[in-house]
Design a protein around this ligand. Structure first.
Ligand code: FNR
Length: 372
């Protein structure tokens, strides 16, 4: 079907499922254990109701904003997700070209299937990237990558350190697929220069081989400061306590991403919205000290708007970008952005909000979520 005939993210996902290799589907779609957190990440948005105001001029609607002081066309960003080429040859560079058309920010995975140089090769002036780091047991490897990223600081504006997956979750769909089709994925990975990896487990487990599980506030942040001047964004925070600690590390730490890794790490971990509500209740000052971004379960423009109303500055999509790519390469990702931007602007107009700064807690009712 022509991409324009796909009207929502579910339809794009359905097409991607038909088009991409089974192995890619199993890796992208999978989540941990009973898949509760993955489902609830999306469901939680159904439990937040909107409170539209009427009799307001909504001829114009501006969905642009800033992230870490950089102007972006949308509060929507591409979360780091490994192995885009497993689903489509356009890969992470195709996502980057699509993002540039919307002025959207993109975070490149430590386990991307293309080099960072290749991915940003066609970047437009002002296009913003972050680079996501999984610190390796062999610190020298991570230090070498940081040195490479530092050299491209006109494009890479921050380092995103992921903390919610010191070990991979138990993703059974991905593991099962590996049993059925035991071709090692390591050949396709950027880190394929590493000697022998154990063959078992799914794509996720193979990619995690060599990742450090011994990171701490006191040791890892000073180590990072030694190897990069770029600001740090901490990804995978799931409690108000950790958000509070993170804010104490400002200005080195400039933002946190509330995330449970799309339900791929600890199952029954909370969706970002719960953590955001905790922060508002116990330590709202965090929202003034650092930027708070969220990801997980975003399927509709209304989901994005609800997170913004609660104080999130940026809202990320992981699978949606990969499924857009799988459905139609770069153009599929463009269609994904177009749908989300359109839905978001319609939502803002119907709420009576002419721009992102007009959104606040008064635009939503969270009573159902606070009860659960
Ligand atoms: C991810 N995610 C992820 N996160 C990260 O920090 N580094 C990574 O390499 C990856 N890799 C990855 C691969 C795939 C296939 C998926 C689906 C996800 C997590 C990602 O950044 C994000 O937190 C979630 O994807 C958000 O949830 P949704 O949007 O997929 O529901």
């Amino acid at each position: 079907p022509p991409l324009e005939s796909l009207l929502n993210l579910d339809e794009i996902e359905e097409l991607a499922h038909k088009k991409i290799p089974q192995k890619a589907w199993a890796y992208y779609y999978s989540s941990s254990d009973d898949k509760f957190s993955k489902g609830y990440n999306n469901q939680v948005y159904r439990n937040i109701l909107l409170r539209p105001r009427v009799f307001l001029d909504c001829t114009k609607c501006d969905s642009s904003t800033t992230l870490l002081g950089h102007k972006v066309g949308l509060p929507l960003f591409v979360a780091p997700a490994a192995m885009a080429r497993l689903g489509h040859p356009d890969g992470e560079a195709g996502i980057a070209r699509a993002a540039s058309k919307f002025g959207a920010m993109q975070i490149i995975s430590n386990n991307a299937s293309m080099t960072p140089e290749q991915i940003v090769a066609d970047a437009q002036p002002g296009q913003v990237f972050g680079w996501q780091l999984y610190v390796q047991n062999d610190r020298k490897k991570s230090e070498a990558m940081l040195a490479r990223i530092n050299k491209m600081s006109d494009k890479f504006k921050f380092i995103c350190l992921t903390l919610d997956a010191p070990v991979p979750g138990k993703r059974e769909l991905d593991e099962k697929q590996n049993f059925l089709n035991a071709t090692p994925v390591a050949a396709a990975a950027k880190t394929a220069d590493e000697p022998s990896r154990p063959g078992g487990g799914g794509v996720g487990q193979q990619l995690f081989w060599g990742t450090a599980a011994d990171l701490t506030w006191k040791i890892t942040l000073p180590w990072l400061a030694k190897h990069t001047k770029l600001p740090i964004v901490l990804k995978g925070l799931q409690t108000h306590e950790d958000a509070y600690i993170a804010a104490k590390y400002a200005p080195q730490v400039k933002a946190v991403i509330l995330s449970n890794h799309g339900g791929r790490a600890l199952d029954t971990a909370p969706p970002a919205i719960h953590t955001l509500l905790e922060i508002r209740k116990y330590c709202p000052e965090v929202l003034d000290k650092i930027e708070v971004w969220v990801d997980g379960g975003i399927k509709r423009g209304t989901d994005i708007v609800k997170a913004l109303c609660l104080g999130a500055k940026g809202v990320g999509v992981g699978r949606a970008a990969l499924f857009g790519l799988g459905a139609g390469g770069q153009q599929g990702v463009e269609r994904t952005f177009e749908i989300l931007k359109g839905e978001m602007e319609t939502c803002m107009r119907l709420l009576g909000a002419p721009d992102v700064s007009a959104l606040g807690p008064r635009n939503i009712n969270t009573r159902m979520v606070e009860r659960d």
